[in-house]
Write a protein that binds this ligand. Structure first.
Ligand code: ZN
Ligand code: ZN
Length: 203
């Protein structure tokens, strides 16, 4: 009887130990390198996952579309992941190095034509005056072409330097109460709040 009681206590301790033990199901690491979450119905060794590991896995697996459409499901238990996220476009001048040479060449040619039309209009206005209707018509046409080319160039330039960002992306635990029972450890702060998720290229 006493032996059974001792065994029961021992089993209970082992059970409790396994209940609180957290191992990331992606990187198989016990260290809390990022917040441990239990985002779905999976139990046992598959219950917990580092939030950052889950994010990286989702991005590698699905890209951004399923995040935008709020269609993220656990592959094992098919529970829908609940999360909050803000989606923003951000201008990043560093993207210039990544842009293809032929795109940069196209921009240069456009700039050349813009300058050519501006100087052409000035030359025509100075040479022939703006009294003639034909001269005015040519200058107006040159002006419209210049404005169109400039808008097109600015649009292409800013689009090529725009990166889509997900900000404040946080998953919710499947059972909100279970998060309160998770042992609190000192977590390493994730300084990078932004995750680059996509790159737009214009050819
Ligand atoms: Zn992990
Ligand atoms: Zn699951």
């Amino acid at each position: 009887m006493i032996q059974n009681l001792c065994l029961d206590i021992k089993h209970k301790k082992v059970f409790e130990h396994h209940q609180t033990e957290q191992i990331c199901r992606i990187c198989i690491c016990e260290e809390e390198t990022s917040k441990f979450i239990a985002p779905c119905k999976c139990k046992g060794t598959a219950e917990f996952v580092h939030q950052e590991c889950l994010k990286m896995w989702i991005l590698e697996q699905y890209g951004v579309n399923k995040i935008y459409n709020d269609e993220l499901y656990c592959e094992v238990c098919h529970h829908k992941f609940e999360f909050d996220a803000d989606f923003n476009d951000r201008f990043d001048i560093k993207q210039f190095q990544r842009i293809k040479k032929r795109t940069k060449l196209c921009w240069l040619i456009q700039m050349f034509f813009i300058i050519l039309f501006i100087f052409g209009s000035i030359e025509i206005a100075l040479g022939f005056g703006i009294n003639s209707l034909a001269t005015v018509a040519i200058i107006v046409v040159f002006g419209l072409i210049t404005v169109s080319l400039t808008i097109y160039l600015i649009f292409n330039f800013s689009s090529a330097h725009t990166i889509q960002m997900i900000e404040n992306w946080n998953f919710q635990n499947y059972k909100p109460k279970s998060s309160a029972s998770l042992p609190k450890k000192n977590t390493k702060k994730i300084t990078n709040q932004f995750i680059r998720v996509n790159q737009i290229y214009f050819t």
